[in-house]
Design a protein around this ligand. Structure first.
Ligand SMILES: Nc1ncnc2c1ncn2[C@@H]1O[C@H](COP(=O)(O)OP(=O)(O)OP(=O)(O)O)[C@@H](O)[C@H]1O
Length: 295
């Protein structure tokens, strides 16, 4: 059942779109036709032969060339590669922000546009926006406001998520009263409250200090395990990619292509001790080699 629409508008757009946030309902696919079709198509994230060409006047940039991937439902993948290799563009294809010039992208068997309309993913981008006039907890609970959950449940979940990202005590603060890293943690909390089927994250930890980042990695993994969500995350960090992935998707630039997919066999129940595991060092070395291969 769909929740009530919010009447709040900002610059002609709904506030959750303005915040770069797309709302998820776990019972997904309120649209019956999409639900029936989704049951017969590949689950997880799937891309086949994605090309993206950006055109401005006579100038064009081929951002992605023939990108194909298959990330099974409930598994975790990261996109890594040199600046400009198309990581964000590929993630944005799944988020229905960029339309591919060619190829097919599916989330749980449906197009990104249908996935967006049916609210089956949450998106966290670097520098995700908060509504400046709302307190942090009101911002975090906002994502749930359209889900139709009772207010007490929305705020209980928002409080829990804020505690998870280390922002307990800042519930009543305004976004302007927090540092950039704290606002980013609040944006992650906002996405986590939604318990999405797909979590699309574009360098979500980039602005955070190393200690917070390390802690959030394992909190994120715990939540992913609990909810069974599928993760696609863009990162520049080799260790982050190894810790957070079942598959590391290595990309090369000009044009952006997938050059290698490295399977990380750490399974579930990952803990910080993994960093001392000899296999962790081997995966890091393998990934470093893949990143330094000539395109
Ligand atoms: N909206 C756009 N219009 C035109 N060109 C774009 C647009 N978005 C991305 N590009 C170009 O597409 C290419 C891939 O960009 P993208 O942001 O996906 O790379 P990235 O791997 O995420 O880079 P970074 O690691 O620096 O964030 C770049 O050449 C970029 O300039």
């Amino acid at each position: 059942m769909r929740g009530p629409a919010l009447s709040l508008a900002f610059e002609g757009r709904r506030p959750w779109h303005w915040m770069g946030l797309d709302i998820v309902m776990l019972n997904a696919f309120p649209d019956e036709a999409t639900r029936v079709r989704a049951a017969t198509l590949p689950a997880g994230l799937y891309a086949d032969g994605i090309d993206v060409v950006f055109r401005r006047g006579s100038h064009s940039v081929q951002a992605l060339k023939d990108c194909s991937l298959d990330i099974p439902r409930g598994s975790w993948a990261t996109l890594i590669g040199a600046s400009g290799c198309g990581k964000s563009t590929l993630l944005r294809v799944f988020a229905d922000i960029v339309k591919p010039t060619a190829g097919t992208a599916l989330l749980h068997g449906v197009s990104p546009a249908e996935a967006r309309a049916n609210r089956i993913y949450a998106l966290v981008q670097q520098g995700s926006t908060m509504l400046p006039w709302r307190s942090i907890i009101d911002n975090v609970a906002l994502g749930l406001e359209i889900s139709g959950l009772p207010k007490s449940t929305r705020y209980a979940r928002a409080e829990e998520a804020l505690a998870l990202v280390g922002l307990k005590g800042f519930e009543k603060s305004l976004p302007s009263e927090l540092s950039g890293g704290m606002r980013q943690r609040a944006a992650i909390a906002r996405a986590l409250t939604l318990r999405p089927r797909f979590l699309l994250m574009d360098e979500p930890f980039g602005a955070l200090d190393e200690i917070t980042r390390d802690r959030l990695h394992f909190e994120l993994l715990r939540i992913l395990e609990e909810t069974g969500a599928t993760l696609l995350l863009v990162t520049h960090s080799i260790s982050e990619a190894v810790i957070l992935s079942d598959k590391v998707i290595v990309m090369t630039p000009r044009p952006g292509r997938i050059s290698e997919i490295i399977e990380v066999d750490f399974g579930r129940g990952r803990t910080p001790d993994l960093r001392g595991d000899p296999r962790f060092v081997q995966y890091e070395a393998q990934l470093r080699r893949a990143l330094h291969q000539p395109a």
